[in-house]
Design a protein around this ligand. Structure first.
Ligand SMILES: Cc1ncc(COP(=O)(O)O)c(C=O)c1O
Length: 425
């Protein structure tokens, strides 16, 4: 079956008593049992069931099963937000004294989580160039517990070669964990490309409407957890399900970052149209990127499927769409703000992969708390715009961009902006 057919017709664990066509929202914190023995059996994991929504709930389970059906994953756990998915994963896989291999080109809050909280708890974070396999190899040791990167870094748009990374990690039994928010399953088969665990902000493409927060931890079933020092003890009890079982029965249950049943139902609805929306937004983004390349006010337009992009080779061999994000630079902050303020249709906002197109200047917002040198090292510049392209009619987007670029204060760009791209990757 195709992606959308599976999304529409995946089955919940139990048919609804009344045959409701949409799986009901189980708005209940706890669940009762007719017999004390049954309650005990569910607590002990000897019987399937839900006892308390912080750990599990039928509506959230229906979403998890739908994700399993469309992705072919081994196990799925839904969380309150994408950041909750990342923090739960880290707490489940790491102990003080361990290290992780990652890159500095990460979504700002993920970077901050690595640099602050986990460093404070005694986890060493080793930043490498994930496209330099020898550098990865040189940084792995017996305390390395995972490699974390994004399928497309946000906003630098760097795409790793996942099979090449997986090959070196396999030599050392280190799982490959990838935040695939930017490239859902219909445009990137992460499992096929060696990704062991996927982390997803469901707030983005899956929700589509930008109306709820949500996160997903997806175990593709490709990593043998008995080789992971911190999970080996759980393998004795839970076998290949050790990772998700540890999350569900310990880390996630104890940290309490639970998705709400209402959000689960809305995300489930979003999944049904995901393929249609993602394809449209990718098509629009490529048209917008090519259009921006023709504008004299604009420089360094980047989009993974532009032939001029450094990510083109990796993106075109692994993805069937380039995602929603296009980045480009105007001369400076004054020009960037004049452009942003003139936009009529495209909204000024921080989210990505909304059905609506959104624009932001990341240097002055998402990364505002970082010192200037750091922001330049992250390849940001004062005139940079991150555009998240939605599903509007593309002619309307081009018209809005053109009228916003035509501001008296906007200066044509002679060359690259002065302070950008300080570090080549
Ligand atoms: C790539 C990526 N990963 C993770 C997150 C965090 O997701 P959430 O906002 O759902 O916590 C974001 C948020 O923008 C993101 O862009």
């Amino acid at each position: 079956m195709g992606f959308t057919t599976k999304a529409l017709h995946s089955k919940p664990a139990h048919k609804d008593t009344y045959g409701a066509m949409r799986f009901p929202i189980y708005q209940s914190a706890a669940f009762e049992f007719d017999h004390a023995e049954d309650l005990e059996a569910v607590f002990k994991g000897q019987k399937m069931g839900h006892v308390y929504t912080r750990s599990s709930n039928p509506s959230i389970e229906a979403l998890e099963l739908q994700i399993k059906a469309i992705s072919g994953a081994f196990g799925v756990l839904a969380t309150a937000t994408g950041m909750a998915a990342i923090s739960n994963l880290l707490f489940a896989l790491l102990k003080s004294g361990d290290n992780i291999i990652t890159t500095q080109y990460l979504f700002g809050n993920t970077l901050s989580l690595f640099q602050t909280l986990f460093s404070d708890f005694g986890v060493e974070v080793r930043f490498v160039d994930v496209n330099n396999i020898e550098e990865i190899r040189a940084n792995i040791d017996e305390k390395s517990r995972l490699l974390f990167c994004e399928s497309v870094s946000n906003p630098q748009l760097i795409v790793p070669d996942f099979r090449a990374i997986k090959a070196v990690l396999s030599e050392h039994h280190v799982p490959l964990v990838v935040d695939t928010t930017m490239t859902p399953w219909n445009i990137f088969d992460a499992k096929k490309h060696g990704v062991d665990v996927e982390i997803i902000s469901a707030t983005k493409y899956i929700s589509g409407g930008g109306h709820v927060l949500g996160g997903l931890i997806v175990d593709n079933g490709t990593f043998e957890w008995q080789h992971h020092a911190n999970l080996a003890p759980y393998c004795k009890k839970f076998g290949p399900n050790a990772f998700i079982a540890r999350l569900r029965k310990e880390t996630f249950r104890n940290l309490g970052a639970t998705l709400t049943a209402q959000s689960a139902a809305l995300l489930s609805l979003g999944l049904e149209t995901l393929d249609l929306r993602v394809k449209r937004s990718c098509e629009n983004a490529l048209v917008v990127a090519k259009h921006l390349q023709t504008k004299s006010e604009v420089c360094h337009v980047d989009y993974p499927l532009l032939e001029t992009s450094r990510s083109y080779e990796n993106a075109s061999k692994q993805f069937s769409g380039g995602g929603a994000i296009v980045t480009f630079s105007l001369a400076d902050k004054k020009n960037a703000y004049a452009f942003l303020n003139k936009l009529k249709l495209i909204r000024r906002g921080t989210n990505i992969q909304d059905n609506k197109s959104l624009a932001i200047a990341p240097y002055h917002t998402i990364y505002a708390e970082y010192p200037e040198e750091q922001r330049l090292a992250y390849e940001l510049n004062e005139g940079m715009i991150r555009l998240s392209v939605g599903i509007e009619d593309v002619e309307d987007l081009l018209e809005d961009i053109d009228q916003a670029l035509f501001v008296e204060t906007l200066e044509p760009m002679a060359s690259e902006p002065e302070k950008s791209y300080a570090f080549d990757v």
